[in-house]
Write a protein that binds this ligand. Structure first.
Ligand SMILES: O=C(O)CCC(=O)C(=O)O
Length: 365
């Protein structure tokens, strides 16, 4: 059992809190079962020594009649840990059409029963200490058959020769200086709406995407909402370069990959370099401002990425948490993000504007 200070769902846990802002809610317990904080916290009685007969300076102890708000903060409640069944239930609600719209407005926990909402709110506030596996996330490292060193070199050589790199674009098409990206396959406009049809991926990129998909389809994904084995192929490969050093351009701000236009399964491969993937229920932006501070927050989970690793997002890590990237290493990072497309959904918001590769940041919903 865990003990947490209780906040009304949708308050300090609200998804609208920016990552750069410290989470001021202070849970009274860690997530480690069996720690000292696993039993309810007792507020100490008045222990100040007074001369015999003297009244306390304030005869009414300050905690005797707290305001309802204070009372709520001061009385910790026992919070059960999030179970596998809970994680699946919340993810399933999010994947349903109404759950999705609730997620967009940041009140995802409202319709879920309150005990479950409380457990999940606790997880979101303490994501740093939480097992992301339960939220449908997986990191795969050291799998040469997915991406060998030789193959990585081939992909880098292909990118260097063939790729027309361009900067990402932020609000109103503004170029985000120092950023570099290239999109293959399904095209997007800067608002992340799909433009036109699939065009296919270059063979060397497609081969990597197929291996990632095959790998995923050979695994069990108990916390995904949609069947991973129903994904036919990845139709988009989005390549990005992150210069070293945690400068602004070495980061990608918190965002969702569009949650209806793209399939639930997202595969991210670090072709070279390393860096960090951040997950949080938080607001987005074009860059991660103050990366160190952001990564030290309790509500942010940071995953160290190694060269040639693959991360996979499904379930809550995909549908409820935003992700961001920080390359705070001293080498260039090149990544490829593979996505499948839900064509019915994607066409609904299809843009009539001119075709232009998208910016991932514009995917903020
Ligand atoms: O570089 C990465 O691994 C992440 C890229 C990403 O989040 C995106 O393209 O949406």
């Amino acid at each position: 059992m865990y003990v947490a200070s209780v906040a009304a769902p949708g308050s300090d846990d609200d998804a609208s809190q920016p990552a750069g802002r410290a989470d001021t809610s202070t849970p009274a317990a860690s997530l480690h079962p069996g720690s000292a904080a696993t039993s309810p916290v007792h507020v100490a009685e008045d222990t100040v020594e007074r001369p015999k007969g003297a009244l306390p300076a304030n005869p009414i102890p300050s905690h005797a009649s707290p305001s309802p708000k204070r009372q709520r903060r001061q009385s910790p409640k026992v919070v059960e840990p999030l179970s596998a069944a809970d994680a699946r239930e919340i993810a399933a609600q999010l994947a349903s059409p109404s759950g999705h719209s609730l997620a967009r407005s940041g009140v995802v926990l409202q319709p879920i029963d309150s005990a479950l909402a409380l457990r999940y709110a606790h997880v979101r506030r303490n994501l740093r200490n939480h097992d992301l596996g339960l939220l449908g996330f997986r990191l795969v490292e050291g799998q040469d058959d997915l991406l060998s060193e030789q193959e990585a070199k081939r992909i880098i050589a292909f990118c260097e020769q063939d790729v027309e790199w361009e900067p990402r674009r932020g609000a109103k098409g503004r170029e985000l200086l120092g950023t570099q990206r290239r999109n293959y396959g399904v095209s997007m406009d800067d608002s992340y709406r799909i433009v036109g049809d699939a065009t296919g991926l270059p063979a060397v990129i497609d081969a990597l995407g197929s291996r990632c998909l095959q790998y995923c389809q050979a695994q069990v994904w108990p916390y995904s909402c949609n069947q991973v084995d129903q994904v036919a192929r990845f139709e988009q490969a989005y390549i990005q370069k992150y210069p070293p050093g945690a400068a602004q351009a070495s980061t990608l701000g918190f965002h969702f990959d569009h949650r209806t236009a793209y399939g639930e399964l997202i595969c991210g491969v670090t072709i070279c370099g390393s860096g960090k993937l951040l997950l949080a229920a938080t607001n987005g932006g074009e860059f991660v401002e103050q990366p160190e501070r952001t990564m030290s927050q309790d509500n942010v989970h940071t995953v160290q990425l190694s060269p040639r690793s693959l991360y996979v997002m499904t379930g809550l890590s995909r549908l409820d948490l935003r992700h961001a990237v920080v390359n705070d290493d001293d080498t260039l990072r090149i990544s490829i993000t593979f996505r499948s497309v839900n064509w019915d959904q994607a066409r609904r918001g299809q843009s009539k504007r001119a075709t232009r590769p998208h910016t991932t940041d514009a995917a903020l919903q």
